[in-house]
Design a protein around this ligand. Structure first.
Ligand SMILES: C[S@@+](CC[C@H](N)C(=O)[O-])C[C@H]1O[C@@H](n2cnc3c(N)ncnc32)[C@H](O)[C@@H]1O
Length: 313
């Protein structure tokens, strides 16, 4: 085992003991994994040409990668500050290859699953982990070592609570947000597509990362919500030379182009300021059924948007 891996594993074991280290502060509140995306990826993914193209994305849930794989996007790089991102991707990959959609959801969905206000006691079930661990070992040896150690020392529910953020939508909402979870048919397609996906993982602060190549597409998720308008502009400016086609600048919840800003909202939702600051980079403002639109089965209830930069050729 190398030192870097040992330190990451140790930080996870500390967390499961309820001990937080300086490293957790350095990671700006993102030292925990997202169990699933919190965005309606199904709503925006078709705005990008991913077929045979490359993608640089954030996303510790791995869902950006898995959804993009459905469009034959093989050349993928994940930059994420959460140190367990690679291990979680390979755990999901092994489970996609081994389980039905129902088994996959029984294993990964925790909050309100299968019933509202009931946490899933079978999350990360040890029996189900036994079924995938040999494959995980072949797919990525560090991921195998990581989960084998964590699951053998701590109860599954403890792991879910300590290593993951509490954000997780209801299971039918997750299915609406993720094309690969839509139904067993989509999940079968994911089994074929995910086989050849072995992203490059860079565990770094995206504001500091040094890239040595360009990407057709870049997804910045909703980082702008956390860093604010000025820093988002700085980030977009830094990454722009590395984009060949399109960059998703920011995901905006409950927002359409004419949504009026309210003072208690995060700064990123001040669309007037956002547009005047990032104006040169915003080439489209795309709106689609929001996460809460899926929840309430009414697209008009809430719509979300993504700001996109398209490079002029
Ligand atoms: C802003 S978070 C929110 C979750 C997101 N909406 C999704 O669906 O995945 C998106 C991802 O960005 C990562 N992240 C946040 N700040 C980062 C930074 N400065 N550098 C690299 N990754 C970062 C988090 O660890 C997380 O996986």
């Amino acid at each position: 085992m190398n030192n870097y891996f040992e330190n990451i594993l140790a930080s996870a074991l500390f967390k499961c003991e309820g001990i937080y280290t300086k490293d957790d502060d350095v990671r700006q509140g993102f030292s925990r994994l997202y169990s699933f995306t919190t965005e309606n990826i199904s709503g925006y993914i078709d705005k990008f040409d991913l077929n045979g193209k490359s993608l640089l994305t954030v996303g510790s849930s791995g869902d950006q990668v898995i959804n993009a794989s459905l469009f034959n996007c093989v050349d993928q790089t994940v930059v994420d500050i959460c140190p367990y991102t690679k291990f979680y991707f390979y755990l999901k990959k092994a489970c996609i290859l081994s389980f039905s959609l129902k088994e996959f959801m029984d294993f990964f969905c925790y909050n309100d699953y299968p019933k509202f206000c009931h946490d899933n006691k079978d999350v990360f079930s040890k029996e189900k982990f036994e079924e995938v661990k040999d494959l995980l070992r072949v797919l990525d040896y560090e991921s195998y070592l990581f989960w084998d150690e964590v699951f053998s020392l701590y109860k599954p529910e403890k792991v879910r609570r300590e290593l993951f953020s509490s954000d997780e939508d209801r299971s039918f909402v997750l299915q609406g947000m993720n094309l690969y979870m839509k139904d067993e048919e989509a999940f079968s397609k994911a089994k074929v597509k995910i086989r050849g996906i072995n992203p490059k993982f860079i565990c770094e602060d995206i504001f500091k990362v040094n890239l040595n190549r360009t990407y057709d597409n870049v997804f910045l998720s909703n980082i702008g919500l956390y860093c604010g308008i000025d820093r988002l502009k700085e980030l977009v400016g830094r990454l722009e030379p590395y984009v060949d086609d399109k960059m998703l600048l920011c995901y905006l919840y409950k927002t359409e182009e004419n949504t009026k800003y309210k003072k208690d909202w995060s700064e990123i939702y001040d669309l007037k300021r956002l547009k005047s600051s990032l104006g040169e980079y915003i080439t489209s403002f795309d709106t689609f059924c929001g996460v809460r639109g899926i929840l309430f089965e009414d697209e008009k209830y809430d719509r979300d948007s993504v700001l996109i930069y398209e490079k002029r050729k």
